[in-house]
Design a protein around this ligand. Structure first.
Ligand code: ATP
Length: 270
């Protein structure tokens, strides 16, 4: 079956080739791809296939991309939801959405369920009660736990969830049989950034001088999302100047712009 996304997109054509660096994380999720493709290999020996894995790392480092690549590599449907969608929901809606999602996923198994920003629903219960609590969030989390416990180990639904706040998660989520595996996704180093630049430079029309190694050296601290952003900005800047190819200067300007954007964001936070 062809992969499809619940919610917005309909097909996942993303593969591990689209995910630069993250070699260890890729190794770990390759096992999940194999569980989805050849479940019998594991269950014949009496093995229990894990139900879930947590992708832990800072924003923009490729957690969503990697989860999609798992679905793309295994050629299975991809159902996704974001924890932040649940924050301002009416009573009962969050829990029933979780129930619907699992029902659909079980029908389409083997498949992946991806929960982005799981910390938005998965914060430790009972720590938010000063403002009268957030019961709806707790209902949603409880429903998620019920669903994860409710299906057998070998039904072919694997749940991947992403967070940058492992420390705030309710420990109930981390128990065996739930998200008992953690895969850490770090910001890329110099070489990692060069690889990510190479992925995002590929579709662009570049002047000969453009050099991924130099760009990587000029972008310390950038995550993959910011690198993708730089590449796109550079193309827009060059186009505005009616250039036929994107030059180093355009990347320079794009880097400045992205750094400016980051500084603004930090100022709002602090
Ligand atoms: P968030 O926590 O903010 O949801 P995330 O870790 O899920 O972030 P993604 O949404 O996967 O990050 O990354 C955003 C975009 O950044 C990707 O669609 C891709 O274009 C680019 N990107 C991030 N990491 C990588 C990478 N390792 N290789 C190639 N592109 C990357």
């Amino acid at each position: 079956s062809k992969a499809q996304l619940f919610d917005k997109e309909s097909q996942i054509n993303i593969t591990f080739n689209d995910v630069a660096g993250l070699e260890e994380a890729k190794q770990e999720v390759m096992e999940i791809v194999d569980f989805l493709k050849n479940p019998k290999k594991y269950t014949d020996l009496g093995g229990k296939i894990p139900k879930g894995a947590l992708l832990v790392g800072p924003p923009g480092t490729g957690k969503t991309l990697l989860a999609k690549a798992v679905a793309g590599e295994a050629q299975v449907p991809f159902f996704s939801l974001s924890g932040s969608d649940f924050v301002e929901m009416f009573v009962g809606v969050g829990a029933s959405r979780v129930r619907d999602l699992f029902k659909q996923a079980k029908e389409k198994a083997p498949c992946i369920i991806f929960i982005d920003e799981i910390d938005a629903i998965g914060r430790a219960r009972g720590k938010n009660s000063i403002m009268g609590g957030n019961d709806e969030r707790e209902n949603t989390l409880n429903q998620l736990l019920v669903e994860m416990d409710g299906f057998g180990t070998n039904v072919g639904v694997i749940i991947l969830a992403a967070t940058n706040r492992l420390d705030v998660l309710d420990t109930a989520l981390l128990r065996p049989g739930r998200f008992d595996r953690q895969i850490s996704i770090d910001k890329p180093d110099l070489i990692g950034r060069e690889h990510i630049f190479n992925v995002h430079l590929k579709p662009l029309k570049l002047a000969e001088e453009v050099d991924a190694k130099k760009l990587s050296a000029q972008t310390p601290g950038f995550a993959g999302a910011e690198i993708a952003n730089v590449c796109n900005e550079a193309a827009l800047i060059a186009a505005r100047k009616n250039k036929k190819a994107i030059e180093m200067q355009d990347f320079q300007d794009a880097i400045d712009r992205v750094i400016g954007g980051l500084e603004k964001k930090n100022k709002i936070i602090s």
